[in-house]
Ligand binder design. Sequence first.
Ligand code: TZP
Ligand code: ICP
Ligand code: MG
Length: 221
Amino acid sequence: MRIQANKMKEMLQLYFIMGTQNTNSVPLEVLEQAISGGITMFQFREKGRGSLSDLAKEELARNLMKLCKIHSVPFIVNDDVDLALAIDANGVHVGQDDEKADQVRRKIGDKILGVSAHTMDEVRKAIEYGADYLGIGPIFPTESKEDAKPPNGGALIKEIRKAGISIPIVGIGGITAENAAAVMETGADGISLISAISHAKNPEKAALDLKLSLLSNNRRK
Ligand SMILES: Cc1ncsc1CCOP(=O)(O)O
Ligand SMILES: C=C1C=NC(C)=NC1=N
Ligand SMILES: [Mg+2]
């Protein structure tokens, strides 16, 4: 059956996203270190110039998912619903320009469905279509997404919480150990990010530092 909100919120705490275009290292090694550093969920996001496709993409997805399975880290596929089904991933993440969320929900059954939203209207539609969590951002400027919208600094997350909507939310966009606590203070249940870990000299330490920054935020509460 569908994932419960409290379990979803735990998974969203430190949600690492990566594809071959986000690192000059070996993706499998970066993911291994990120897992050691305590990430709570992983999204395979293979897109942009030079990204893999077809069999090469599927093979990398399977290898990354195998690593996640060993460590019981949920594995999410970005955009590519058919790939997610082919490899039996834990779920998918779709944006507004991908397959419509209601159609995706029908295809994936009870798998995790994440939806990106940039307006209250998109938020309400995503909830109606059965999203298990929302990806809201970019919170801060980002270089990891070519067509990113202007940063909103968490205003939309605050607006969603002010409207009494309790759906699990993860903030995304330019998040680092320095600004992670500020993202949580807007009412997000976790942070998702690419470069703070994928471009780190030491991805394990980067993940650990991010986890610590989240804990310090809880202590302050
Ligand atoms: C996929 C995505 N969606 C909004 S911003 C972004 C990229 C986030 O990458 P980074 O954490 O490196 O800013
Ligand atoms: C665009 C995105 C927004 N949010 C998340 C969690 N993943 C994405 N790929
Ligand atoms: Mg997309």
